[in-house]
Design a protein around this ligand. Sequence first.
Ligand SMILES: [Cu+2]
Length: 173
Amino acid sequence: MNRRHRTLLRLALSAMAAIGFAAHACAGEPITAGSLRIETPWMRATPGGAKVAGGYVRITNTGTQADRLTGAAIAIAGRGTIHSMTMAGSVMKMAPVPEGLPIGPGETIELKPGGLHLMFEDLNAAPKVHEPVSGTLTFERTGAVPVTFAVAPIGAMSPDTTAPAVQAPHHHH
Ligand SMILES: [Cu+2]
């Protein structure tokens, strides 16, 4: 690494440190709760009047004891459950996973479009792009963990990553 790169790196690090406090209010920073690392909770904006929305997140168990994701909740939904998604012939089928998702020591589970996901039902407000939604994830061992779901555009297949990594966090109030 040459001097110019070191200087750039130092600038980047100090910029990140400067926004560190504010960044806590935003989605995007991994959350550590007990032995769990929770990354990128996100959901998609929904068309007007939609009653359901999917939620996605990646969770790693960095500890030595098994845990289990058992549920989820957001303020704007009547309930949140865990769903699987499988193909039945050419038809996508969703089904509840009432036993939850085990996360063994060292394991990572990934909830994403087209696969396992959180299903938020009875929406009483529509999630809107760039208006993060606060909620909780519930684990058998770790308990309830507050998280903030970033909201990507309708139909997005991944969280909105168009925002530059090092920049004052966007806030729309
Ligand atoms: Cu579902």
